[in-house]
Design a protein around this ligand. Structure first.
Ligand code: ARG
Length: 592
């Protein structure tokens, strides 16, 4: 494990040469070359140095280059154009760097990643999928960097949808004891509903409460308003602790949890904490009191709010709603209370992996938390993500125009993977069970890689055929690369062991260079909370391996030293790919 990446170490070497010339060592910043055909690395510091010192950039570059040629880390130091330094690493250095296996952050922190947010009684949909995949990967990246990071599902279990469910069930089953305020208990242990009931009741309730766009029928409008009013009143009563409502609410949550667990399990996504919005309810009163003491709570038409706007704001940031005028608490209050809980439990940093369209909500919550002194702005991070769109560029919908359920999506990709595998004759001789297991893993890899390989903040288009292809920047391509190397090593009967890396062919150097970039990629993915950087790294390595495989003999190389070195190179490639896929949450089949 290294704390310094290759470009950081090279920057130090080149920085020392600048310093020896009486210049700022920061000018020695080295990065991967824009022109890989000319050099592996470059440093543009001589130009900036010349501007500062009003000197000739080429002369500075010459002086620095002369020192670097003495130093020994580089096989070639050349000057291009007005004073760019082009650098090629010495083979021994490159070989050493290719074996670097990880990267550690300077300071480890205790962190919490909030990347669930599924709602009780509503099936998981595509939006929750992105949160789950990106969040899981970010959590793994943080852990690999040495942090103590845990994930919290932050279940949506305390909003209006609960009141809607309660009132809907009450209409359907007036016979149940939960609605009778004089009932003395005990309430039945058995749940009055199944998950399927919930999945039916919620859309029913939500439809009944909704005034259709352009609706002119006054009776219908009145009816919807009345239903919404009922649901809101039930939400307030639930939150205030009406025993029958709390009891039936418990059942709603309890029947939903196993199904959610199963869905997340299938995705390979695991939360350490399974808390919900409701779990912080009892904190809210104290929180409101503290906000009051600090003088940041205001009345606004019967509601209590925290003003969070700032003079420097370019657009208006509305106040955070703490208590609604009907007395209920909402999304903002539970998120603020959750930050209060997390601060109290010693989490130093909180990350939120949520649809970027919720950015303003988190801005309000974070600012309120700052005003309350819970966290400073640097320790609350909104890691927003873009939308998965259909080919029409609009958020992905099913043929029927509905939101795509996660289950159906997983089935779709698995079917596609199965088809693709059959076409390619993959796993022909295997048992049916194994073929099916491979199809599942390939489908999942396709979906995850497609999602994660886009910069988190951008939208992308759902294109199943492209995701499942075995060529190009896809999950299946990477799985195949790993499995192929496994079989190369198995056939050779050796993984090279402790053999020394000797780089002689250009394709070997290119592969070594791609491998050596791992710590830089890990650091960038970590610092920017951007898993796609690791997708790029894995793809670059896999491609470099393909070229190496096409131009160098490996297991059947006659020269024993070269053979062993190439087996090591293959093994290191496989291990790096496996390691990255694991950070992306992608599981590799034993064979394909
Ligand atoms: N339940 C919310 C939704 O489905 C997402 C929750 C995001 N996380 C949070 N801490 N607010 O839109």
């Amino acid at each position: 494990m290294t704390k310094r990446t290759l470009t950081e170490r090279l920057s130090e070497i080149v920085g020392a040469a600048f310093a020896a010339e009486g210049l700022d060592p920061a000018l020695g910043a080295v990065r991967v070359s824009d022109r890989p055909d000319l050099a592996q690395f470059q440093c543009n510091g001589a130009l900036a140095a010349a501007r500062q010192a009003k000197a000739n950039p080429r002369a500075i570059a010459e002086a620095v280059a002369a020192r670097l040629r003495e130093e020994g880390a580089f096989a070639a130091v050349e000057i291009a154009g007005p004073g760019f330094l082009n650098l090629v690493l010495a083979d021994a250095r490159l070989a050493e760097a290719a074996l670097a296996d990880g990267w550690q952050a300077g300071e480890a922190e205790k962190m919490i990643v909030d990347y669930g947010g599924p709602n009780v009684a509503k099936p998981l949909h595509v939006g929750h999928l992105r949160a789950a995949l990106i969040g899981e990967s970010i959590k793994r990246i943080l852990r690999a960097a040495g942090h103590d990071a845990v994930g919290d599902i932050h279940l949506g279990d305390w909003g209006l949808q609960m009141g809607q469910l309660i009132t809907e069930l009450e209409r359907e089953r007036p016979d149940l004891p939960y609605w009778d305020e004089s009932f003395e208990g005990p309430y039945p242990k058995e749940s009055p509903v199944t998950v399927d009931d919930l999945a039916r009741l919620y859309p029913q309730a939500s439809k009944a409460c909704k005034i259709e766009k352009g609706e002119t029928d006054q009776d219908k409008i009145e009816a919807a308003r009345a239903r919404l009013g009922e649901a809101q009143a039930a939400t307030v009563a639930l939150q205030e602790g009406r025993p029958g409502y709390r009891a039936v609410w418990r059942h709603f949550v309890d029947v939903s949890l196993p199904v959610l667990r199963q869905d997340y399990d299938e995705l390979g996504v695991g939360f350490e904490l399974w808390r919900g919005e409701a779990s912080v309810h009892d904190r809210i009163e104290g929180l409101v009191a503290r906000l009051g003491e600090r003088g940041v709570l205001e009345d606004s038409e019967g509601a209590r709010v925290v003003t969070v706007a700032r003079e420097s704001d370019k657009k208006e940031i509305p106040p955070l709603l703490m208590i609604k005028s009907n007395g209920s608490v909402g999304y903002g209050s539970t998120d603020l209370a959750t930050l209060d809980q997390r601060a109290e439990e010693g989490y130093q940093r909180c990350l939120y992996v949520v649809d970027k369209r919720q950015g303003e909500h988190f801005e309000q919550v974070f600012r309120a938390a700052e005003r309350l002194g819970l966290y400073d702005a640097d320790h609350m991070e909104f890691c927003g993500f873009g939308t998965m769109n259909g080919k029409d560029g609009k958020p992905f919908k099913t043929r029927a125009g509905g939101v795509l359920r996660l289950r159906d999506l997983i089935d779709m990709v698995t079917d596609k993977a199965r088809e693709r595998l059959a076409e390619g004759g993959v796993g022909e001789g295997y048992e049916e069970d194994e073929r099916e297991a491979i199809a599942k893993l390939v489908g999942m890899a396709a979906l995850k890689f497609a999602d994660l390989s886009n910069p988190r903040t951008t939208d992308y288009i759902f294109d199943l055929d492209r995701f499942v292809a075995f060529e190009g920047k896809t999950g299946p391509y990477l799985l195949y690369a790993v499995v192929r190397i496994d079989s190369v090593l198995a056939k050779a009967g050796s993984d090279g062991g402790e053999a020394k890396l000797v780089l002689t062919e250009p394709a070997e150097r290119d592969l070594a260079l791609a491998l050596a970039n791992l710590p830089d990629a890990l650091k960038a993915a970590h610092d920017r909370r951007m898993p796609h950087v690791l997708c790029e790294q894995a793809y670059g390595v896999a491609q470099a391996f393909s070229r190496f495989y096409a131009s160098c003999r490996i297991g059947d190389e006659a020269d024993a030293e070269k053979r062993a070195s190439r087996l090591v190179l293959s093994r290191v490639t496989r291990d790096q790919l496996r390691g990255i896929l694991d950070l992306l949450g992608i599981e590799v089949p034993a064979r394909m």
